[in-house]
Design a protein around this ligand. Structure first.
Ligand code: NAG
Ligand code: NAG
Length: 497
């Protein structure tokens, strides 16, 4: 048991709550995450199809720091046994990884299943289970089959059925052993980042239509995949499914900005949650109204935020078994001043709300390289707790899982910045559990090992393990944070001085 001395002291002084301990609830689970394109490599082995990230990195290398790509990455396609050993050494309860859609379904469609792809994921799942580690599997972590992109990708409404067909294949092949599923990772990045900035695959800039079409279709795709599980697999397998939302917590810049801060949270968290988790379903009403008005001002006859039919609202509503949240950073927000120039969301402002976004001067920058996009990760540990409380207040006392959290740096084994980051965020999560009654059951570190960090290539490091990308063997070495995390898991508690 670990005691927090100042609180022991305050208890002696007669403050109402006594000694605080920093243990996690019994049965709390710790894991680490990765994703297929970021670690697997082997982009062109056997019958694997091309993904939008293969295409983007090969044809637009200038969009990635150093022109890097994921052709080899951590070579986990060949080195998965080593990954499992490292996962076991950390004492993780579960490993979150994703299935590469074009590796499993080379055409993108369910007409052809790759034997090689199925074998790879079967080996990984069986290898984890042999060591008592549960697999937590994401169906989509950004590597869309290029064949589907050629048909419009996430802007084509048919993708909801294509995704459900893919999900059915994955459940049939792996559902006997996989009990924790995530449909889509960070739809806000898949839609808003992709179409509002084009800095990530598929590299298409279309801020009027792209993000909102995609927004509707990821929700429908998630819902259809959930319904397939519910109707065809749940009775037999009894797994749990959610969607992994990356939420940036927004708070008021000054006390006059409370209303716009609430709108900003609705714009990000609400636009990807309300349809699933709220009692009434559909878009968050305040956001629907604003986008409708903005669309008219831009000369469109109907809202750019595509309406849901009543049938679609019912289809999506309630398609969750828990709330999966990725959290890294927070922002402050205020209304734009007359004539102020706004930069497209999410790297900067929120033009739809006429909102300027910033950070408080006391929020430290991360240890990321200054030329990387990871400079985005200003550190505000209280944000993770406040975001959870907001979700509970809006959608009820759900079961919550943190499906990603972590900090970037430029490498080296002595990663004190990462240790401090985890320590502070885990402390806020314990306060959320103990003070706010948040039913949090899982914490997932991003990431197991350094990997291909999208636009940052191999420059930004997030790993508990360092990977030597100059070494053909891609040697993995534990950082100090790996030992730190392993200790927390062993004790089921934080060591708070
Ligand atoms: C696969 O891609 C690599 C580059 O990453 C290339 O050297 C190799 O020739 C390709 N193999 C096949 C079978 O196309
Ligand atoms: C948290 O959720 C789990 C699963 O739904 C449930 O069994 C448990 O009782 C809940 N705990 C609290 C404190 O509400």
């Amino acid at each position: 048991m670990v005691w927090y001395q100042p609180l022991v002291f305050s208890a002696l002084l007669g403050v109402s709550w006594c000694t605080e301990d920093w243990t996690f609830p019994p049965g709390f689970k710790f894991g680490a995450a990765s994703s297929s394109y970021q670690v697997e490599g082997a982009w062109n082995v056997s019958d694997k199809g091309e993904s939008i990230w293969d295409r983007f990195t090969h044809t637009r290398p200038e969009k990635i720091l150093n022109g890097d790509n994921g052709d080899v990455a951590c070579d986990s396609y060949h080195l998965w046994q080593e990954d499992i050993d490292n996962i076991a050494d950390l004492g993780l309860h579960y490993y979150r990884f994703s299935i590469s859609w074009p590796r499993l379904l080379p055409t993108g469609f369910a007409n052809k299943i790759s034997e090689d792809g199925a074998r790879y994921y079967n080996n990984l799942i069986d290898g984890l289970l042999e060591k008592g580690i549960e697999p937590m599997v994401s169906l989509y972590h950004w590597d869309l089959p290029q064949t589907l992109q050629d048909l419009g990708g996430w802007t084509n409404p048919l993708i909801a059925d294509w995704f459900a067909d893919y999900a059915r294949v994955a459940y049939s092949l792996f559902g006997d052993r996989v009990k924790m599923w995530l449909t889509i990772n960070e739809p806000m990045i898949v839609c808003d980042s992709a179409y509002n900035t084009a800095i990530i695959a598929p590299g298409i800039l279309n801020s009027d239509h792209g993000a909102f079409l995609c927004n509707k279709h990821v929700l429908l795709a998630h819902a259809k995949a959930y319904r397939v599980y519910e109707e065809e697999f749940r009775a037999q397998y009894q797994g749990e499914i959610s969607i992994a939302n990356q939420l940036i917590w927004y708070e008021a810049w000054t006390e006059d900005d409370e209303d716009i801060a609430e709108l900003a949270v609705q714009y990000i968290a609400g636009r990807y949650s309300h349809a699933i988790y709220s009692e009434e379903g559909g878009w968050p009403p305040a956001i629907e109204k604003i986008i409708d008005e903005n669309s008219k001002k831009k000369g469109y006859a109907t809202s750019l935020l595509p309406a849901f039919t009543q049938e679609e609202i019912e289809l999506i509503k309630g398609t969750y078994d828990y709330y999966a949240m990725n959290y890294y950073t927070s922002r402050v927000v205020r209304a734009a001043r007359e004539g102020e120039q706004l930069i497209a969301f999410p790297i900067g402002d929120i033009p739809d709300l006429n909102a300027v976004v910033g950070v408080r001067p006391e929020w430290p920058a991360s240890d990321a390289s200054p030329e990387s996009s990871a400079t985005f990760f200003y550190i505000y540990p209280e944000g993770i707790r406040r975001q959870l409380v907001w979700l509970k207040n809006n959608y009820g006392n759900l079961k919550f899982a943190i499906t990603e959290n972590g900090a970037p740096d430029v490498g080296g084994l002595n990663d004190q910045g990462r240790i401090d980051y985890y320590q502070k965020h885990l402390k806020q999560l314990l306060l959320a559990i103990k003070e706010d009654g948040i039913n949090l059951t899982h914490f997932t570190a991003w990431t197991l090992m350094d990997n291909f960090e999208w636009t940052d290539g191999y420059r930004s490091k997030f790993g508990l393990y360092e990977v030597d990308f100059n070494d053909p063997l891609r040697t993995r070495t534990p950082r100090n944070s790996a030992r730190f995390y392993a200790n927390i898991i062993k004790n089921n508690a934080l060591d708070v001085e």
